[in-house]
Design a protein around this ligand. Structure first.
Ligand code: NAI
Ligand code: PYR
Ligand code: K
Ligand code: MN
Length: 351
């Protein structure tokens, strides 16, 4: 029997609530399949770990993770204990970079039974391909001076290699979908990186003459996600633009609690990491009402990545059956708990 070794990092806040829920679902689907199983090794790396050890993960943490088939992460961040930029750069962003997880794939589509906050949502189904290793998320820059003289400089880094890689990945996705790629730009306001981004998009699109393309400024595109999301298929975006667009994508699905994500290593050198779009949700910690669907849909993406596509499809179908019956947590207007939604998905799988 095949065994998938997964490093599990629940992290902070509701990560500790939704990761175990999704692991239950993964064990269930493995049992149903019968030909593979999961072994989860859990790591306590979090803001609490930082308070005790002064680091978000041990020095050999990256080395430890390298031997796993995939990493399954909840969320990182507890501002009460550790400044966010310290905790995120010490764990989440560190893993993304060290393991060259250069693509963050984030689908968004209508889930049956869920009332979108959009008044008349058309049947949208798109995926954002977010460049995940450079761009605006950069450590280049610094702070100097004090008081009124203080200056903060934050550089964005766009390499041709990284930009092109994200765009090619987007076009390859589009081949499997309806063949339309939208580039998120801002070349009217950002004078170096974004005209460069547009040029690379134009160059790469020459290699995909069968695809249709469009380029939209990020501000207009943000509005289109609300007014006509059904026109989008694959959106390629820089690190920050992709981050923002995917919270909008989550919003129009009904809640950030349902949105999945995959941080993909595409050169095969290191494991990929699967973690939902949402954060640690400090306002609902410990209430038992965190929506587990984002983490469970993320588990579905991990199954796809591991080549267990048939099981992956079954997990998404079970999620859709449960939302169709409106067995959902309060963020989606329901009154179910994390446990009730998880159990309903498990029961659906067992049918
Ligand atoms: N990838 C990651 O690990 C991320 C970590 N963060 C961190 O998380 C902390 C909180 O950040 P926020 O900006 O408030 O974003 P957040 O995503 O944690 O929460 C935003 C809102 O969505 C709700 N929400 C999020 N996930 C939910 C779920 N599964 N079920 C029900 N409701 C849910 C929260 O209750 C809150 O009202 C910060 O420390 C931040 O840095 C934020 C975003 C991503
Ligand atoms: C930090 C964050 O919000 C993200 O990378 O999605
Ligand atoms: K997350
Ligand atoms: Mn985000």
């Amino acid at each position: 029997m095949k065994k998938w070794n997964i490093a599990s990092i629940p992290g902070d806040g509701i990560g500790k609530e939704v990761v175990p829920a999704a692991e239950q679902v993964l064990h269930t689907i493995a049992d149903i399949h019968g030909g593979f199983q999961f072994e989860f090794t859990s790591f306590p790396w979090s803001s609490e770990y930082y308070l005790e050890h002064g680091v978000m993960m041990p020095e050999d943490g990256i080395q430890t993770l390298a031997s796993f088939d995939s990493i399954f992460l909840g969320a990182v961040g507890n501002e009460q204990l550790v400044p966010d930029h310290v905790s995120l750069w010490g764990l989440l962003i560190k893993i993304r970079r060290e393991f060259e997880q250069v693509i963050n794939m984030r689908p968004a589509k209508v889930l049956p039974g869920i009332a979108s906050p959009l008044a008349n949502p058309n049947q949208f189904d798109f995926v954002v391909v977010r460049e995940n290793s450079e761009g605006e998320y950069s450590s280049s820059g610094g702070r100097i001076g004090n008081g009124e003289e203080e200056i903060a400089i934050q550089n964005a880094v766009f390499t041709r290699k990284g930009t092109e890689r994200a765009m090619r990945f987007a076009f390859e996705q589009a081949k499997k979908r309806s063949g339309h790629v939208t580039s998120a730009t801002k070349s009217n306001g950002i004078i170096h990186s974004m005209p460069f981004w547009d040029e690379v998009f134009n160059d790469v699109s020459q290699d995909y003459p069968e695809m249709t393309t469009e380029s939209q400024h990020i501000d207009a595109l943000a509005a289109f996600l609300v007014t006509k999301p059904e026109t989008l298929d694959v959106v390629v975006a820089s690190n920050l633009f992709g981050d923002i667009l995917t919270d909008i994508g989550a919003g129009i699905m009904g809640s950030i609690g349902v949105a999945p994500a995959a941080n993909l290593n595409v050169n095969g050198k290191y494991p990929s990491m699967f973690e939902p779009v949402h954060g640690s949700a400090p306002d609902i910690i410990g209430k038992g009402i965190a929506n587990p669907i984002g983490q469970i849909w993320t588990a579905k993406m991990m199954l796809d990545h591991l080549g267990e596509e048939e099981s992956a499809t079954k997990v998404l179908e079970a999620i859709e059956q449960v939302t169709r019956q409106q067995m959902v947590t309060p963020d989606l207007g329901g009154n179910c708990t994390t446990e009730e939604v998880t159990n309903a998905i498990i029961q659906e799988l067992k049918r």
